[in-house]
Design a protein around this ligand. Structure first.
Ligand SMILES: C[S@@+](CC[C@H](N)C(=O)[O-])C[C@H]1O[C@@H](n2cnc3c(N)ncnc32)[C@H](O)[C@@H]1O
Length: 210
């Protein structure tokens, strides 16, 4: 059985983390974020959705003239992201909303890119979130997830990740989720998976929608 994530707990936890998030998780997760942007399409004027945008750790990496909509379940995170966006002079437009990634208030086929940086393992229903990503992405659009993903079935490391999941879920994410599988199940076509972060514990997963 997969470890259960309580959305109310996550919302409170990440709101609590928000003032110092960038100092702790920023350093640990920064290399993966920077590397992931090597794979982001650099066309101007693209409509981008970032789910679980947090304090806006990625804002400076978007190409000039991006139209970015960032959503997060934590209003404390959204306030910090809004403040940060004011100081980014790339000609991009930033728009932030408190919203649950499993119920996106956007039309079908709306975004050129959906970015999901370290969020799929923090949500209660990752299948629903990935179906929502698929729904709002334009055909041919790009999805980029940066995440830990559970190791292959049958591997010792995969069993350790299962055992550790209830501990890590208290810290803010689960370790027993095969993120690549969930993205595929939602209909997303996976193009690349690239290791990242300390000890290659993360993956940059790029994909598209037919
Ligand atoms: C590990 S942080 C990642 C933040 C940021 N993307 C980054 O790169 O550091 C996970 C974020 O997802 C948000 N989150 C958790 N559950 C969510 C949900 N159901 N819908 C939207 N955001 C959610 C949290 O509030 C938190 O800001």
């Amino acid at each position: 059985m997969k470890c259960q994530v309580n959305p109310r707990y996550m919302e409170r936890l990440y709101s609590f983390y928000s003032p110092f998030y960038k100092y702790v998780f920023g350093m640990l997760l920064g290399p993966g974020r920077r590397k992931a942007f090597n794979y982001v399409s650099r066309q101007p004027n693209q409509k981008v959705l970032e789910i679980g945008v947090g304090p806006g750790s990625t804002l400076e990496f978007y190409p000039p003239k991006t139209k970015l909509v960032g959503i997060d379940i934590s209003s404390a995170m959204i306030q910090i992201a809004r403040k940060k966006a004011v100081n980014i002079n790339s000609g991009s437009r930033f728009d932030f909303h408190v919203m649950d990634a499993s119920r996106l208030d956007f039309p079908d086929n709306h975004f050129d890119i959906v970015m999901a940086a370290y969020v799929i393992t923090t949500v209660q229903d990752p299948h629903k979130v990935c179906r929502e990503i698929h729904r709002v992405l334009k055909p041919g659009g790009q999805v980029i997830a940066i995440n830990h993903t559970r190791s292959q079935n049958g591997s010792l490391w995969g069993r350790i990740e299962d055992v550790m999941a209830p501990v890590f879920v208290r810290v803010g994410f689960t370790t027993d989720l095969d993120v690549i599988r969930v993205m595929k199940d939602a209909g997303l076509k996976i193009q690349k998976t690239v290791p990242c972060n300390l000890l290659n514990t993360g993956r940059i997963i790029t994909g598209t929608k037919h």
